[in-house]
Design a binder for this molecule. Structure first.
Ligand code: ADP
Length: 364
């Protein structure tokens, strides 16, 4: 079912305005991830959608109907929290059957739904176990099962993976994507972790204190961030930023004068003299020009190596030049020497430019 937020504002009873006018449409079947730093209003938004928090102004629609005043139970929503909230004395079967029992379903309907749900979640062999005899990942799946079994049209999830260890988190990410594909319910998922957003979402909503900074697919946010906030939030290590200004084909900053001729014509038009931030991702840097590459297609930089981290598949190299810090990725077999000068190159088409004052991307 589609969900529509029309200029939603949330003011808490203490007067704090947590959400400043939220406009968003989530399509039927979307896996929509609300992502942003702690305190930006993700849970508040989710709780308003669930009906657990009043909406101060604006209109919330589910499936075309205004639901501002509809109680949580009447919204057709199932919610999975960070703490799984399983009943410790009930088996996996009983935990999953609980809501259907309460709703007065027949025993044979309950049994077939529990079996069907357990099969989707890989829990068929664990139906007689108590939660304490399950791993964190299995408990998380039971919690999901309790949501799925109700055949809810909308799933809400608030940081559901945060209690799992790193390995379980990675495997649950792909499990959730598969489950979403099988079940097809519209899902709204809250996390502060941009990797979860990038790996699971069909639609990412990137938030900063009380406002949406960008909505789009993972590819759109990664390749075309609309502002410095999104550019710096999506990607790990984060994007590098260099503040300076443009005159003609020269970008002047603490790195000196850089030749940026060849940047798409319209892009920096009318930017002469304005404060501009040039940006590039660590993974878009190369240490040698590829064979046959044209030198003029690349921006040439150099900087001193401060530290490097060998991660196995890649090295993160931390650089400094005249106080401008940057991080680049290098292949693991490349010998890096601390304190040495490291020339490096970035394809000009991989550069991003932002207006330093408004922090908005400079359009093509
Ligand atoms: P997030 O989920 O992104 O971490 P929250 O939605 O929990 O953020 O909180 C958003 C902002 O609203 C925070 O500044 C938080 O302190 C504030 N807040 C949350 N709940 C209340 C409340 N009941 N009363 C007042 N302020 C609140």
């Amino acid at each position: 079912m589609a969900i529509e937020f029309n200029h939603i504002v949330k003011i808490y009873p203490n007067g704090y305005e947590a959400i400043h006018g939220f406009d968003l449409t989530i399509e039927d079947g979307d896996f929509c991830v609300l992502v942003g730093p702690s305190g930006c209003g993700k849970s508040t938004t989710l709780r308003m959608l669930a009906g657990l928090e009043d909406i101060t102004h604006g209109e919330l629609k589910i499936d075309g109907k205004v639901v501002n005043n509809l109680p949580p139970k009447a919204r057709g929503i199932a919610m999975v929290f960070q703490s799984y909230a399983l009943y410790p004395t009930l088996t996996v079967y009983e935990n999953m059957a609980f809501a259907l029992d309460l709703a007065g379903f027949d025993e044979d309907v309950i049994e077939s739904r529990v079996k069907e749900t357990a099969a989707i979640l890989g829990l068929s062999d664990y139906l007689d176990r108590l939660p304490k005899n399950l791993s964190g990942g299995q408990r998380q799946r039971v919690a999901l099962g309790r949501a799925i079994i109700r055949h809810a049209k909308i799933f809400l999830m608030d940081e559901p993976l945060s209690n799992l260890d790193a390995r379980q988190r990675v495997s649950m990410r792909s499990e959730l994507v598969k489950i979403h594909r099988n079940v097809g319910a519209t899902t709204v998922y809250v996390t502060h972790d941009q990797i979860e957003a990038m790996t699971m979402a069909t639609k990412i909503v990137c938030m900063d204190v009380g406002v949406i900074k960008q909505v789009g697919t993972p590819e759109e946010l990664y390749f075309h961030p609309k502002n410095i906030f999104v550019a710096g939030f999506i990607g790990d290590p984060p994007m590098n930023f260099v503040k300076g200004s443009v005159k003609g084909k020269i970008f002047t900053s603490d790195l000196g004068e850089l030749d940026i001729s060849g940047i798409p014509a319209g892009k920096l038009k009318n930017m002469d003299g304005k404060k501009i931030t040039l940006a590039y991702r660590p993974e878009h840097v190369v240490l040698e020009l590829p064979e046959g590459a044209k030198k003029e297609d690349y921006l040439a930089l150099d900087a001193k190596v401060e530290v490097y981290e060998m991660l196995g598949d890649v090295q993160n190299v931390y650089l400094d030049k005249n106080g401008v810090k940057s991080i680049i990725k290098a292949s693991p077999d490349r010998k890096i020497e601390i304190e040495s000068d490291l020339p490096h190159f970035i394809l000009k088409s991989d550069l991003h430019f932002f207006d330093t004052e408004t922090e908005d991307a400079i359009p093509e």
